[in-house]
Design a protein around this ligand. Structure first.
Ligand SMILES: [Zn+2]
Length: 189
């Protein structure tokens, strides 16, 4: 590799680092502390953390842009504003249990364990939704071709999630919902 090429790459600025370095030192100190705390979480999980607290739940929902506000508003209506951690992944429970997305599973269960430890959550609130592209990718178009088939597909994924949860985090409860495009949620148990 020529030195020109090296200096070309070295001359590129990284937006996130540039922003960070331009912040006042207190912001940098905060980031450094936060990074250190994150590292400590992995190196010494038995330690207690400054960022801990008592929260009600983790909300697991889909990345679909149409449902971000609907899920937020629904949780507000349930009185959970500022009382839950959030994990957003394509398909919600489908992203955690479908064989097609197997590689994603570790990230979810590790994050759930972290939230349990840091936030002392009591349950996972799962909100799948209708017209979900991830459901089609995971199970094929026929699995969501009719409202009844779609309901069955999501119900199966939600109940599979509940079974997995009972094995991996038996202390945590769950609420399993399927949200329609108008924000109404059908619950399963
Ligand atoms: Zn979706």
């Amino acid at each position: 590799m020529s030195s020109n090429r090296v200096s070309h790459y070295a001359g590129l600025s990284c937006q996130c680092c540039t922003d960070m370095l331009s912040q006042p030192s207190s912001r940098r100190d905060f980031l450094r502390t936060a990074a250190g705390a994150g590292m400590a979480a992995f190196l010494a999980p038995q330690l207690s953390f400054a960022a801990s607290g008592n929260y009600e739940a983790m909300v697991l929902s889909c990345i679909d842009p149409r449902f971000q506000k609907l899920v937020f508003d629904r949780e507000a209506k349930e009185g959970r504003t500022d009382k839950y951690s959030a994990f957003t992944i394509a398909g919600a429970s489908i992203g955690v249990v479908a064989p097609a997305f197997k590689a994603w599973q570790v990230a979810f269960w590790d994050n759930l364990a972290a939230s349990l430890q840091l936030h002392n959550i009591k349950q996972v609130i799962v909100i799948n939704h209708r017209d979900c592209g991830a459901a089609k990718i995971a199970y094929g178009a026929a699995a969501v071709a009719t409202p009844a088939a779609e309901t069955e597909t999501h119900k199966n994924a939600l109940l599979t999630f509940k079974k997995e949860l009972a094995v991996r985090q038996p202390k945590l409860g769950s609420q399993l919902g399927l949200m329609a495009l108008d924000g109404k949620v059908e619950m399963f148990s």
